[in-house]
Design a protein around this ligand. Structure first.
Ligand code: GLP
Length: 245
């Protein structure tokens, strides 16, 4: 595991964008695993700039997002499909037909999750999976648990995640209570993983996840077992871990 502490959010975003841009230059038809949340917004903006400058292209890229709220259509402004269109897909030369997000509008959770897992396998697996970090150590929507969920599955969101995400909705009652998410096994199958985190409020979980024991109560801690992980944090999120490296 390589841990990089950038000076600020902008530098974190640029360094993370460089990792993805480097992959796209080496492998223009890469399979990208993508993430939502406020953390990757800056790195997506950097990728848009690189694409506009002709430095990279998404023309042959296929993408799979980590997760989606159950019950939201892709047109809902808080759906993760909408987020991806707004922050990346609408601004780069990607073929939207090759961008995949779990189908939150499908009430049949077994079908929605099984077909998503199968689509990832059929594409040949993810080359690089981007991850943010929840305050409780969740990745995608894999919440703290007594085991590591393997495949794409339905989850009941924890109160802490509902509270954290309520800032984006009109009221906390509007936050969906369930989501479809890649499993920890799905994520761990990616050939490489890039984690980003910023802000003082992530400092403790960054230290717990990457310097603490590997336990399902801190889902991101399992990444310590993956052979190719890069963690890029800003100075605030790196403020505790910096003394333990
Ligand atoms: C959400 C998403 C995660 C994301 C996390 C952190 O619940 N499902 O994929 O990484 O929260 O979000 P943020 O980057 O806004 O802190």
């Amino acid at each position: 595991m390589q841990i990089v502490i950038a000076s600020d959010y902008q530098e974190m975003s640029r360094k993370a964008a460089d990792v993805i841009a480097g992959l796209l230059r080496n492998k223009p038809d890469a399979i990208l695993g993508l993430a939502t949340g406020s953390t990757p917004i800056g790195l997506y903006a950097e990728l848009v700039k690189d694409c506009e400058a002709g430095l990279i292209s998404f023309k042959d890229v296929e993408s799979f997002n980590l997760d989606e709220y159950r019950g939201l259509e892709g047109t809902h402004d808080q759906s993760y499909r909408y987020f991806m269109n707004q922050n990346l897909f609408d601004h780069v030369d990607i073929d939207k037909a090759r961008t995949h997000v779990p189908d939150g509008s499908n009430p049949d959770s077994d079908a929605a999750c099984a077909s998503y897992e199968a689509a990832i396998a059929q594409a040949g697996g993810v080359d690089l999976q981007l991850l943010g970090l929840g305050h409780n150590g969740h990745v995608g929507f894999n919440e703290p648990a007594d085991h590591f969920p393997v495949d794409t599955h339905i989850v009941d969101l924890t109160e802490s995640t509902i509270n954290a995400n309520s800032r984006l909705f009109d009221s906390i009652d509007d936050v969906p209570r369930q989501a479809y998410t890649m499993g920890i096994g799905t994520i761990m199958k990616a050939r490489s993983i890039l984690v980003v985190a910023n802000g003082t409020d992530k400092a403790q979980i960054v230290a717990d996840a990457f310097c603490g024991p590997v336990v399902p109560q801190v889902p991101a801690s399992v990444l310590q077992l993956h052979p190719s992980v890069t963690v890029i944090v800003d100075a605030e999120a790196g403020s505790i871990i910096k003394d333990r490296l």
